[in-house]
Design a protein around this ligand. Structure first.
Ligand code: CP
Ligand code: NVA
Length: 315
């Protein structure tokens, strides 16, 4: 059973296949108008969402399928009345696909282990693979290629998007430099960095973790940042985190270190004046809304690719 839990498990060839399918879906949506007929996607949410929720639900509808929004807070699982394994076994009897946005990554892994249908990671505290597939699609669309490019990530390194970017970029030959404050709570998990380095050796890319933002940004084709206050971070940490991350803010001076035709990306939601200035977010270099749109196309491609696998499996 093919799931999308982490990009670590997805070969570069499979990533490329899904990106190409997403491009085709974006160019010719009517060709896919019945591709999910009779199929149901269950979407379990333990955290807030705008883009992921709306794009998956719209994507399923546009392809003739049906999506169910399920608030974890209203489930027996969320109420502590039912375990993950039993939940997975029950929902597998009803739906064709499951996507879940959970706090604990281990819980998602358990859900996938016990489900008989494909499971999609719609963000955990640890990773956000659907986002990074849309990011890779966007970068390729803007730059015409992936291999050989340089991406600079600034800010919170101990972050789900950062982890998935490290893996996705390294697999696809994009060199990635992460500039973040020193300390375990701010740096990417060492195991992810080791995995990314191993993938980069195969693809010819480089992985570099630094505490110097201007060095990371120098000559970059893509400058990327994410919230300093991810959904799972307690609001009480705002003041301390703002102080720690301030030197890593993407502002006009920082963008000048990048290549002249560099694009600026943020998975959104974004706070102007925090991880980037308004001048950068609203500049012509910013592609954040194209990036958000591509979530729709790439999510359709992910669903079709995973469903194709189940049809094959049932034969
Ligand atoms: N980028 C992203 O996943 O956005 P949402 O939290 O709104 O889904
Ligand atoms: N790192 C962010 C990503 C939001 C899409 C968070 O987890 O809130």
């Amino acid at each position: 059973m093919l799931h999308l839990i982490s990009l670590k498990d997805w070969p570069a060839k499979l990533i490329a296949e899904v990106l190409t399918l997403a491009d085709a879906i974006k160019q010719h949506p009517p060709r896919y108008a019945r591709a999910m007929t009779g199929r149901t996607l269950l979407m379990i949410f333990e955290k807030p969402s705008l883009r992921t929720r709306i794009s998956f639900e719209t994507g399923a509808t546009q392809m003739g399928g049906h999506a169910i929004y399920y608030d974890m807070g209203t489930s027996p699982l969320g109420a502590g009345k039912e375990n993950v394994a039993d939940t997975a076994r029950v929902i597998s009897r009803y739906v064709d696909l499951v996507m879940a946005r959970l706090f604990e990554h281990a819980q998602l892994v358990e859900l996938a282990r016990c489900a008989n249908v494909p499971v999609i990671n719609a963000l955990t505290n640890f990773s956000h693979p659907t986002q990074v597939l849309a990011d890779l699609m966007t970068i390729r669309e803007k730059k015409g290629r992936l291999a050989g490019l340089k991406l600079a990530y600034l800010g919170d390194g101990n972050n789900n998007v950062t982890h998935s970017l490290l893996l996705g970029c390294a697999k696809m030959g994009v060199s990635i430099r992460v500039a973040c404050p020193a300390g375990r709570g701010y740096s990417p998990l060492p195991a992810v960095v080791r995995d990314a380095e191993a993938f980069a050796r195969q693809s010819g890319a480089q992985v570099w973790i630094t505490h110097r933002p201007a060095e990371a940004a120098r000559g970059a084709d893509v400058v990327y940042t994410d919230s300093w206050m991810s959904y799972h971070i307690a609001p009480a940490k705002l003041r301390e985190r703002t102080r720690r991350f301030q030197p890593y803010q993407v502002n006009t001076a920082l963008m000048k270190c990048a290549a002249p035709d560099a694009i600026f990306m943020n998975c959104l939601p974004a706070l102007r004046g925090y991880e980037q200035t308004a001048a950068v977010l609203d500049s012509p270099q910013s592609v954040v809304f194209d990036q958000a749109e591509n979530r729709l196309h790439v999510h359709k491609a992910i669903m079709l690719r995973l469903l194709k696998e189940t049809i094959r499996g049932k034969k």
